[in-house]
Design a protein around this ligand. Sequence first.
Ligand SMILES: Cc1cc2nc3c(=O)[nH]c(=O)nc-3n(C[C@H](O)[C@H](O)[C@H](O)COP(=O)(O)O)c2cc1C
Length: 454
Amino acid sequence: MTAGSGRGVDMRTRVGTVALSNPVLTASGTAGRAAELGAYVELADLGAVVVKSLSAEPWPGNPAPRVHPTPAGMINSVGLQGPGIQSWLADDLPALVERGATVVASIWGRSVDEFARAAGMLAGARGVVAVEVNVSCPNVEDRSRMFAHSPEATAAAVDAAGRAGLPRWVKLSPNVPDLVGIAGAAIGAGAEALVLVNTVLGMAIDPRRRAYRLGSGAAGGGLSGPAIRPIAVRAVHDCRAAFPTIGIVGVGGIARGVDAAEMLVAGADAVEVGTATFADPRAPAVVLRQLHRWCARHRVRSVRDLVGSVHEGQPVVPLAAEHGVGAGVPGAGGVEPGAVGAGVPGAGGVEPGPIRDGRGAGASPPEAAPVARIDEPDAQAEDTVLLARVRATLDAIDQRVALQAEQVGHLADAMAALAAALGSERTGGDTGGGAGRDRRGAADGPGQAVERPI
Ligand SMILES: Cc1cc2nc3c(=O)[nH]c(=O)nc-3n(C[C@H](O)[C@H](O)[C@H](O)COP(=O)(O)O)c2cc1C
């Protein structure tokens, strides 16, 4: 399937002022240098390729090991290793542009000045449609506290990223008590889209070695994958409720089309696929294909119809005001929370500025259409299929447990027989079944039933 319209589903979307052919993007840092993903996925068919976060200068990252699998995802401490922007512009960007990819450049820095330098180096870069400002990095000017954990530092980094002269998307951390407040600070400083979320702080320890599993040691790592999807969905949901017209990109644990649909319904204009790519490098393309099929099956004419649709009919909750959004933020000229339910850009509320085409001129924003009702019987049928699958899995587990119990029984019998044989050897008696321990006890003296290793 090529992106865009097909089988009656309009897959076009937009994030802030950037028009995209479809809503499935790669997540920063999970697709290598991105061009190698081209061996598995037609990069031009994705909504966009978000590249590994880049700093102004090359950066070595953390010592190995840098990734470790977890029950529902992985934990990493790659530490933002990168070649530096100059090298990326010369060696990596041209290959992406040649493949027709819509490129979003992610940047990071250890100080506001480093953000400004990184952004300045991207100014005028051919083929880059937006800059994703990754604020999940230590701020050396604030006791190495993460930029993303402070509204002021986040705003300062976003402001500095303005040097790129590109639309600014800010990628926020979920490890904060007031995500909406920090999002408001970023918007006030010029971000036209929120990317929600980066990894969740975590740690993995090997109890046998009494040692950290990641080379970053006591600094721990970031958890990603399906385990964090509900966290990301909630972040998107709450920010969409607070900022009905801002661009939102949802990221965290998306591995299937239905995961992407959930994120769109929560309020995302687009999604990024990260950890799933480690299991299957084709994951972003698979998610796109499945989302397309999901929309067709549920008679959704345009993916835009899904965006924020869970908020329809919800009471207006002035979250942004409640969180003091805009207050105390340089340049925060009052980010107005709009009415919840008018959250779909184009469906009322504040209209974003002119649309930039993610891939060449002329792509018009999808027209506002009434939100399609998700077909109840279909949804129920889907639930039934899922439940049947869960039941089948549980049955298989039951059978395996029963088999293992049987095997343990055989093993116990064999051990008892062996014990009996050893006992009779020692006493020179017969090897009658079940008498081993008694006989050993007898050999050790009357009344002393001593346990011995067999
Ligand atoms: C190995 C690895 C490296 C990552 N590197 C970056 C990075 O350089 N910049 C960034 O903003 N996010 C980075 N992330 C976070 C992802 O982009 C994404 O936000 C997070 O993993 C949640 O999405 P997922 O569950 O689909 O992976 C990285 C994640 C992983 C697993």
